[in-house]
Design a protein around this ligand. Structure first.
Ligand SMILES: [Zn+2]
Length: 369
């Protein structure tokens, strides 16, 4: 059982690099890497938040380990992070902040929508802000599955229940979008989990906090204590980049530097950062998504994207469909679904017995053809 920052760092790096437990010696770990890792996990900014800087440093460390091992033993083995040794995992997530807005609001912002959608909405044939089914249909057609995080107290859960249950039964995940107060209160978290579980009949296994609210001293332990398998809150609101300098899942430490059962999937990018905070044009926003994804690919990481479901019919938000098209074209070999990350790093029991080691579930389009 680990109990010191340096023990934690050893375990973190073994997990990150796919090395056998107990194979890494304390003394070979560069001091600067250990210090930065422990300080970002306590909330300090990373040295270079514009890039996955700690992952890059770990990659450099890996190269050093390989050289030493080849000199000393003549071989070096590590588990690859993703099935088929893919360079990248892509994890698609949608916060469900709203599913409807009053007509006065819609009229005020009508230029955001296409004329056809607006006309249908005026006739009551379409709900512009409830796109769960639309996303499910279009992602499914391209072989993707994603996760939806529902607020438990902002709208009547009965209204999303049928769509949530249909999606869930077809392989999409329904998680919790943590309501106000849940990020630092065991009691509020428990209440939110109970509301969601009762309201949609699905117990959430993963979550993201509303407004990415996060307290490094409390939130992970609250989430772990509530029985979640994973969180994907830790990321930036107001700028692009990597808040922790990390881009791969890891088990955060508790107050005594023991790894929690909870897994953190660092958030790579949020849609509203592009349009709301940075006022980007659509073309520029799309380029940013691809640029950050390439940075994650460079470190063999997990690109975790937050795209609000209410935005996919709007200017800006509709860029999501272009992204889906780009991913299809590149035919990324491995697509993550957040549920199932309890098997990370990949293990044999992973992937529905299809003979591939893996976390989560994947749907490989090439297998169909
Ligand atoms: Zn939210």
């Amino acid at each position: 059982m680990t109990s010191s920052p340096s023990d934690y760092v050893v375990g973190f790096l073994e997990g990150n690099l796919g090395l056998a437990s107990g194979s890494l010696r304390h003394e070979v770990i560069p001091r600067d890497l250990a210090d930065e890792l422990t300080s970002v996990l306590q909330g300090a900014p990373s040295r270079d938040p514009s890039s996955p800087s700690i992952e890059l440093r770990i990659k450099q460390f890996l190269a050093e380990l390989e050289i030493t091992a080849l000199e000393e033993a003549g071989f070096f083995v590590r588990k690859s992070r993703w099935p088929n040794a893919a360079q990248l995992g892509v994890c698609l997530t949608h916060d469900v902040d709203n599913i409807e807005r009053p007509m006065e609001h819609i009229l005020k912002v009508k230029d955001r929508f296409s004329k056809a959608d607006l006309a249908k909405a005026m006739k009551g044939e379409l709900s512009l802000y409830d796109n769960l089914e639309l996303i499910g249909k279009r992602e499914g057609a391209e072989g993707f599955r994603s996760s939806f995080y529902l607020l438990s107290s902002n709208y009547r859960l009965g209204k999303v229940r049928p769509a949530a249950r249909r999606l869930h039964s077809r392989g999409w995940e329904i998680g919790l979008h943590g309501d106000f107060g849940t990020h630092d209160s065991d009691m509020e978290m428990k209440k939110a989990v109970e509301r969601l579980t009762g309201g949609v009949g699905i117990r959430p296994r993963g979550l993201r906090e509303h407004y990415l609210r996060f307290d490094f001293r409390k939130s992970w332990s609250v989430m772990d204590g509530a029985g979640f398998d994973y969180d994907t809150t830790v990321g930036n609101n107001d700028k692009l980049g990597f808040k922790l300098g990390l881009a791969t899942p890891f088990h955060p430490p508790d107050a005594g530097w023991r790894p929690l059962n909870l897994l953190e999937l660092p958030l790579s990018l949020m849609d509203t950062t592009l349009w709301g905070y940075l006022k980007k044009g659509e073309e520029e926003g799309l380029a940013d998504v691809m640029r950050l994804m390439a940075m994650v690919e460079e470190v063999e990481g997990l690109f975790t994207l937050l795209w609000h479901q209410e935005a996919v019919r709007m200017k800006g938000g509709r860029v999501y469909w272009l992204e889906v098209g780009e991913w299809r074209q590149h035919d990324y070999p491995w697509r993550a679904r957040t549920e199932g990350f309890d098997a990370y790093p990949q293990n044999e029991a992973g992937d529905e017995g299809q003979g591939q080691v893996g976390v989560g579930q994947q749907e490989d389009r090439r297998r169909k053809s």
